[in-house]
Design a protein around this ligand. Sequence first.
Ligand code: MN
Length: 324
Amino acid sequence: MGEKHFVALFFHSDTDGCISAANVLSGLGRARAAGARLFPVSEQKSLPSLLRGAAGRFSEIYVLDLGTADKRSALATGARVTIIDHHESRRITGKGILHINPVLGRHPTYPVSYMTYLLFGGRDWQAFVGVVADWCVALLPEFMDRIWKGWGWHGTQEDLYFSSDAGKIASAVDCGIAVLGKDRGCSLAVKALLACRTPQEFLDGRHGADRLLAARGRIEAEVGRVLSKAGVRERAGRLAILKFSSRMRVKSEVVQRFKLENPGGTVFVFQKAAGGWSFSARGPGGLPQLVRGYGGGHLQAVGGFVPERKLAPFIRKIKVKLSG
Ligand SMILES: [Mn+2]
């Protein structure tokens, strides 16, 4: 009998994070995967306290699609910690810590679902879905081309996200998490991804995927409502802004559609939340600097929160910076 393993996976509660978790689980082998605990995380700033809470409970910890520059909380776990990420971060090193992040070496922000697929295995079509979900199709032309030939999918990033089966699966996972909640949605998504051997099984609603696809249907309808009449639009040069309220968490889906209406420009969507506005933005680049203090993410895609009284100055600032 081998040694006992107590494995924990902390992963971003989105499509890229769920596919990454499924890839790592599939590579761990049956015995280790069976005892693994899953911890979906929506805010990467909450990671240090979650890691401290895991101190002494695990021998192996994976941190997927989440940045951490907090070495002490990683060391405090007493576990071997493997961080695979592509967000802006600082490199951390220490006994038992392995930190893989292409951004630290100034490489492109390859999706974590793709990197975990290379490192741990998993299903090629799911890595493809992760690349579509994280808007990184253009970064991986050869990989995408190879899988396109196998699965008969083709097109631009936008075609793939909005019109292909890959995009449908990507958004079903994100919508399932938005509608069912982080814990229930992610656990359902990881199970469905592990069990579905082909994209068709997922699209047929097998292994719990039906719940995720139903959530997608509800969100699509709400996004249509927001874009057709419920949102307030504002425009300044190449900047387009949309403000709206909704009972569903739809800003990530709304921002993708809104970007389609404004190709080449920078778009911000603000959804009313308690005490302020949560926002998502897409643009040609430089976005983390633009939203510093209120959020972060990638060069071309960021999210965050602005308190009510800061909204007007925040919007003024982005207008000035983008016109300057
Ligand atoms: Mn990601």
